[in-house]
Design a protein around this ligand. Structure first.
Ligand SMILES: C[S@@+](CC[C@H](N)C(=O)[O-])C[C@H]1O[C@@H](n2cnc3c(N)ncnc32)[C@H](O)[C@@H]1O
Ligand SMILES: [Zn+2]
Length: 285
């Protein structure tokens, strides 16, 4: 497959197409957005910012990058790439959005898998995240993708343009997804399964609560078409990587001081990776 950056972005103020002019992107009504040195563009309107620095912090992004680069979550990336290829195999010109792309690990893995897949199809990639730190880190990867600071509330892509939306350990906003997908388009959600990071949770909590797995989804615009579960084991080989893993999870905020101290005393850890992959199809309006 031919992998290309997604070519059309829309103005967050009026939805018009943005065209390059010098180092900026401009719409027909004159709204202008500068391209950062790293190549990404910030299209997050001030009113969509719940805080001055929304989304993952610089430290969280650095920890995620450090941990993911070990390959511990490669089985998840492989499962996402395989499912994506299966979903788009019958199409010739496809746009894929990674909604809440973080520092770009999965979209890069996908770009590599798509490029290696023998097919004349063209696949256009975009990654958005509300955290400018995440998008900046993603843009530094050598990937043929468009990287944008934006919210899932209204991804800056034209109506009916996103054939597939990936939302991995993220925050799906179904109205925002429906606005940019044609009927028949798909959303792939990846969420922690019931045993995800069980061993880590057993160290930081006095009692491990069995989670119910992936959150339920209530939306009229989509229907669930498939669900699968992927289990693997990761070896986390140093205290620094254990700390990085913790800071990627909601447990970083929930763990007590005692729980966190017990975890940092560990020199290495075997952890269960348990994720649920769910595919939803966009219905007719
Ligand atoms: C748990 S991280 C997952 C990142 C990436 N998908 C991964 O798995 O490595 C969740 C990400 O969602 C981003 N985020 C939070 N709210 C968002 C929103 N409304 N729109 C887009 N991204 C959002 C955060 O900044 C963070 O990068
Ligand atoms: Zn505009």
């Amino acid at each position: 497959m031919h992998v290309r950056p997604s070519n059309i972005l829309t103005c967050p103020h009026d939805g018009m197409s943005l065209a390059p002019r010098g180092d900026s992107l401009v719409c027909a009504s004159g709204h202008s957005f500068d391209r950062a040195r790293e190549g990404y563009v910030n299209l997050l309107p001030v009113q969509d910012k719940a805080s001055l620095d929304p989304g993952d912090t610089k430290q969280m992004v650095a920890a995620r990058r450090h941990f993911l680069e070990t390959g511990a979550y490669a089985p998840i990336a492989d499962a996402v790439s395989a499912l994506t290829i299966a979903l788009i195999s019958k199409t010739t010109d496809v746009t894929i959005l990674d909604a809440g792309c973080g520092e770009g690990y999965y979209l890069q893995a996908l770009a590599i898998a798509l490029s290696a897949h023998a097919s004349p199809a063209t696949v256009r990639l975009a990654g958005i995240d509300i955290s400018k730190w995440a998008v900046r880190a993603a843009a530094k990867r050598n990937v043929a993708a468009t990287w944008v600071v934006a919210s899932n509330r209204r991804p800056p892509l034209p109506d009916a343009s996103a054939d597939l939306i990936l939302c991995l350990f993220g925050f799906p906003i179904w109205s925002g997804f429906a606005a940019i997908q044609p009927p028949g388009g798909h959303v792939l959600l990846v969420d922690p399964g019931p045993n995800h990071l069980l061993e880590l949770r057993a160290i930081i909590y006095p009692e491990v609560r069995v989670s119910n797995g992936a959150p339920t989804v209530a939306t009229d615009a989509y229907t669930l078409v498939s669900e699968s579960r992927h289990l693997s084991v990761a070896h986390v080989a140093s205290p620094a990587l254990i700390a990085d893993l913790l800071s990627m999870t909601p447990h970083a905020h929930r763990a007590s001081l005692a729980g966190r101290s017990a975890l940092v005393a560990r020199t290495h850890l075997e952890v269960t990776i348990d994720v649920t992959l769910r595919v939803f199809r966009r219905l007719e309006n």
